[in-house]
Design a binder for this molecule. Structure first.
Ligand code: GDP
Ligand code: MG
Length: 671
């Protein structure tokens, strides 16, 4: 087989061995260019012998004549080219590529590429874009060698610019996130730790300036992060930054384990971050912390006093009791983590939050991950770049430089960065700008709509490749009974090789936290007789998280079984086309209840099927009776318009109900 690289000459030497005679250098250069163009054209046949002879540049034939000759040669050589002599090409694959361009890079017929894509379950036309991963698969399948250069090189490029010789390797302070159910005392604990610490050094409390701060405990600095919610925690993580080393789980002794406690445990486990337990509100009379310990057992959090590995402390944030012991436990737990980083290199920091402040411009709270961040540093950060105009510490005081683990506020961004983005300090302004441009370009390419397998199909591809041993699933249901039945059945699905891992389960509508957890765990969300709230739907759409709805348990289990055995190729697929919100209801003798609705997203059609959702629960499934705009019957109504809707044989509709419209589609299998 002839190996060949894209857009270059055949690998066998075809260049003239002897240098061109002096004096003919200029015209030769020009002509070499032409020959290269022809070589490219002829890349599908062996052209070596055509080029072996040193051409007489002075007497070169006309372009047209050469073309004719080459055409002749081409037909002459064609019979020799059978499929067994297929030329293997090394194909450059960018983040995204159109089907047509991919075909041309492989010198394959576009139709063959479309067919190959179809075989892997992707319906794409010649002009549509596919992502790099898919392209790589197709290239291999068609017998060529994929070369994924660009995406990696940018990362490498940044790393190369950041390299510093003989940078000191030293430990950095642990970064701790406090999580738990609302009102269990997270803020009180953070305040208590900070004030105890501040007041022990300075007189008078200092108001906290940013959402993170550092304290000293027995000469060990610890950084505390005040995340606004669990979803934010996983959001940062799903952007590729693992910012937290340890989670302090706050559980109020008088309230024990609650939905957000379970949520927090799921997030921490998915991030593979150790948990340190703080049983709070121990100052209240008649509280029994053993209830908390027992309740946590059901969620596989086994405390040390029960022979588990989760260190626990009974505290009171209000009375400030036992906080020292909690800090001791934190330090004990981080001892086993490797927190050694380079201290002298150009800094790398992670954005925790960002905003525009009048008079200051875009500002970001960041935590330095490694290296030293200095005033005047040039940096790149996602699609933003800038120069550090000022660094402020947690109290708002100006500092000259910041070490690893330090939370700081950075001024000097040209635009607002996103939480979870990484700030990389670059050697100079030009490099910082250059990298930012490249990142922007890559993002633009990533944002062009590409035909992608659903995240679910992609997951299944990973399962069948053996990359994934467990399929992470988040289950939400309407009632506890169904939830337990589903979870226990799901855990039995699978075999030695692949299993289902229920990452999180609880009752209630699917929320943002569920979706971001699924996104970071690369899993899917299952709703049983329950829907996703609009914000969750938005995130799911953005992050391509699969949400599957079921109302019959055995169908759910059946689907999951099929999925694990790689058989999930449904002939029909449900597509949700829009949602309407009920704003008012009227009684009609002819149609029963008519709901005055507002279409909140998508489109509603009188031919579609509907589900009536009340407080996240499905209470009716059926068909549309009438769809009206003012007095007229209409076929469809679009987003942001009002309409009147009645159902076939169903009248129990209330204000604030949501109507989901869906159609079932045949899934195309063959060309
Ligand atoms: P968060 O929602 O988890 O941030 O909870 P907060 O810190 O805002 O506390 C919620 C409520 O619990 C507030 O009224 C606090 O005063 C109270 N609280 C917090 N810690 C304690 C504690 O140790 N003992 C008692 N008795 N109350 C507490
Ligand atoms: Mg709070």
């Amino acid at each position: 087989m002839t190996k060949e690289t894209k857009n270059t000459k055949p690998t066998t030497t075809s260049k003239p061995a002897t240098p061109a005679p002096a004096g003919s250098a200029a015209p030769r250069k020009k002509l070499t260019l032409n020959t290269t163009a022809f070589q490219k054209k002829l890349s599908s046949i062996s052209v070596n012998n055509l080029l072996d002879e040193e051409p007489d540049y002075e007497k070169m034939p006309s372009l047209a004549k050469t073309k004719r000759n080459r055409e002749k040669q081409k037909t002459k050589y064609k019979p020799n080219l059978t499929s067994s002599q297929k030329i293997v090409r090394e194909v450059d694959i960018p983040v995204k590529i159109s089907v047509q361009e991919l075909a041309s890079r492989m010198s394959e017929k576009t139709g063959d590429v479309v067919k190959a894509l179809m075989k892997s379950g992707i319906m794409a036309t010649a002009n549509q874009y596919i992502d790099g991963d898919t392209a790589e698969l197709i290239v291999t399948e068609l017998g060529h060698t994929p070369k994924r250069a660009e995406a990696i090189s940018l990362k490498d490029e940044i790393a190369n610019h950041q390299k510093t010789k003989n940078s000191k390797i030293l430990p950095r302070p642990p970064i701790v996130t406090v999580m738990g159910h609302v009102d269990h005392g997270k803020t009180s604990l953070l305040d208590a730790l900070r004030n105890t610490n501040v007041t022990s050094k300075e007189s008078g409390g200092i108001t906290q300036h940013i959402g993170a701060y550092q304290i000293q405990h027995k000469n060990n600095p610890i950084t505390f992060l005040d995340t606004p919610g669990h979803a934010a925690f996983s959001n940062i993580r799903s952007r590729g930054a693992n910012l937290t080393d340890l989670v302090v789980l706050v559980v109020a002794a008088n309230d024990s384990v609650k939905p957000q406690t379970i949520e927090a445990i799921s997030h921490a486990k998915a991030a593979k971050v150790p948990i340190v337990l703080a049983i709070n509100k121990m100052d209240l009379p008649d509280v029994d912390p053993s209830i908390v310990r027992n309740d946590l057992l059901t969620h596989e959090v086994v405390v040390e006093s029960y022979s588990g590995d989760v260190l626990e402390t009974e505290i009171s944030a209000i009375k400030k009791t036992n906080l020292e012991k909690l800090l001791d436990n934190i330090l004990l737990q981080v001892e086993i983590l490797d927190l050694n980083v380079e201290h002298d290199k150009l800094a790398e920091a992670i954005v925790v939050e960002s905003k525009i402040e009048t008079g200051k411009g875009p500002v970001a709270t960041v935590i330095v991950k490694n290296g030293t961040f200095k005033e005047g540093d040039h940096f790149t950060c996602g699609s933003a770049f800038g120069r550090v105009r000022a660094l402020l510490d947690e109290n708002g005081s100006r500092i000259k430089s910041a070490n690893p683990g330090m939370p700081i506020e950075v001024l000097g961004f040209d635009s607002v960065p996103q939480a979870g983005d990484t700030v990389y300090v670059m050697p100079n302004e030009d490099i910082a700008k250059d990298i930012t441009e490249k990142v922007k370009e890559q993002k633009k390419l990533e944002n062009t709509e590409s035909v992608k397998k659903s995240s679910l199909e992609e997951m299944m591809a990973n399962v069948s490749k053996g990359d994934m041993k467990k399929l992470p699933i988040i289950v939400k249901a309407d009632v506890q009974g169904s939830l337990e039945a589903i979870v226990s059945s799901l855990e039995k699905v699978g075999n030695e090789e692949v299993k289902i891992n229920v990452v999180h389960n609880s009752i209630g509508a699917i929320n943002e936290s569920d979706v971001s957890l699924a996104s970071s765990a690369q899993g899917l969300v299952i709703g049983f007789n329950i829907r996703a709230i609009p914000q969750a739907r938005t995130i799911a759409k953005r992050d391509k998280v699969d949400i599957r709805y079921y109302s019959i348990i055995y169908e759910l289990i059946d689907d999951m079984k099929k999925m694990l055995s790689g058989l999930l190729t449904p002939d029909t697929k449900e597509e949700i086309i829009g949602h309407a919100e009920v704003r008012d209801t009227f009684k009609s003798s002819k149609f029963g209840t008519i709901a005055g609705c507002f279409v909140i997203d998508g489109i509603v059609q009188n031919s579609a099927k509907i589900r009536l959702v009340r407080e996240g629960k499905i209470i009716h499934e059926g068909e549309v009776g009438t769809l009206k705009r003012f007095k007229d019957d209409v076929k469809e109504v679009r987003e942001n318009y009002e309409c009147g809707i009645s159902f076939k044989d169903y009248s129990d509709i209330l204000e604030k109900d949501e109507i989901e419209f869906y159609i079932t589609k045949e899934v195309q299998k063959e060309l």
